[in-house]
Design a protein around this ligand. Structure first.
Ligand SMILES: Cc1cc2nc3c(=O)[nH]c(=O)nc-3n(C[C@H](O)[C@H](O)[C@H](O)COP(=O)(O)OP(=O)(O)OC[C@H]3O[C@@H](n4cnc5c(N)ncnc54)[C@H](O)[C@@H]3O)c2cc1C
Length: 314
């Protein structure tokens, strides 16, 4: 059973497809709130939106969170059943503010969302990924923050028709104004969209050894990811590339883990992969309990041999 009136709010255009797809699975009509322009609005319609409410780009000193009161008024007037907010930093702030305006709470960072007999049921990880909590929403409007990887984006359909409503919002006086913006330092990588991912862990003894993994990743046409210690501890790779409960959640066709032990905090980010492969020299490594294909061996010996075989077949 579905609910009627689904709303999507995102400040990141990359998330529109996934959230619209989720909205279409759960409800009848999907309305999207964007803070960008007509082109992006049309893109959202191609991605599954029935209508788009364009709040435009915030003025130079105005933050999009400051539209929260206007957004809440719109959601109230349109009797929104479920509001899916992309869980970016801005998204979480907007979710909190609109929920406050509506006098309800936010269900945050959900990993699964279903509708059961007209009620919205969410699951999310607790205790650092060691357990999953299931919650049933009891309010008429439900606000949920959703990260990437929870839903899968459907292919765009340029022929889809929808309505674009331009909104001239009131700006809340939240007491904060933007003084300066600078491009984010870091990599632009959308791991959640990758179909093949190679993950590297502490089984690599030195940063220069990652070259071997990079070559292998290129050979199999994959994106490279890592465990948290490789990004946060060693700082050998950027934070955007670590996978898990506090990193990115993936949904690839195949995930190949190289020298990764398989702790729960990492595995929650990859266990939606269609096929899981691991190479680890310890036959008792926890990762072997979860994989489809496990190879016990020293990655420094095994990986070059696999690469040779693949090259010979190409
Ligand atoms: C609150 C919290 C949140 C966390 N969030 C995340 C998260 O989002 N993502 C994440 O990844 N981690 C997270 N962690 C950390 C997590 O618990 C693990 O510590 C981490 O995933 C381990 O990384 P690893 O597998 O690379 O390293 P290790 O656990 O040290 O494992 C290295 C593996 O490499 C193998 N190995 C060593 N040498 C070789 C070789 N030559 N050939 C083959 N195999 C070899 C070893 O047998 C071992 O199994 C979190 C922890 C906490 C407490």
């Amino acid at each position: 059973m579905t609910v009627n009136n689904i709303w999507v709010i995102t400040d990141d255009q990359n998330a529109v497809g996934e959230l619209c797809d989720g909205g279409r699975q759960l409800g009848k009509q999907v309305s999207v709130i964007l803070f960008s322009d007509q082109n992006r609005a049309q893109e959202a319609i191609s991605s599954g939106a029935d209508q788009v409410y364009l709040f435009g780009q915030a003025g130079e000193s105005v933050m999009i969170e400051d539209y929260s009161k206007s957004i809440a008024e719109l959601l109230r007037a349109e009797k929104a059943d479920l509001v899916l907010v992309y869980s970016s930093i801005r998204g979480k702030l907007i979710a909190g503010r609109i929920a406050t305006q509506l006098g309800i709470s936010v269900l945050s960072n959900v990993s699964e969302l279903t509708v059961d007999d007209g009620s919205i049921i969410v699951k999310h990880m607790v205790y650092g990924g060691a357990a999953i909590r299931t919650e049933k929403a009891l309010t008429d409007t439900v606000v949920v923050t959703v990260g990437s990887g929870v839903f899968e984006a459907m292919p765009k359909d340029a022929a889809r028709q929808g309505k674009v409503n331009e909104i001239n919002p009131n700006v809340d006086n939240a007491g904060i104004r933007i003084l300066e913006t600078r491009p984010k330092q870091g990599e632009l990588v959308n791991l959640s969209a990758a179909k093949r991912v190679v993950g590297v862990g502490r089984g690599f003894a030195a940063q220069e050894d990652l070259k071997m993994a990079e070559e292998f990743t290129a050979l199999v046409g994959a994106e490279m990811a890592c465990s948290r210690p490789i990004a946060e501890g060693e700082k050998w790779m950027s934070k955007e590339r670590y996978v898990g409960v506090s990193g990115v959640v993936l949904k690839p066709d195949i995930y190949i883990a190289l020298g990764i032990s398989g702790q729960i905090q990492h595995m929650v980010g990859v266990n939606h992969a269609k096929t899981l492969v691991a190479i680890n020299k310890d036959k008792n490594a926890p990762i072997f309990k979860q994989v489809d294909i496990g190879l016990v061996g020293d990655l420094y010996k095994v990986l070059p041999k696999i690469a040779e075989k693949i090259k010979a077949q190409n």
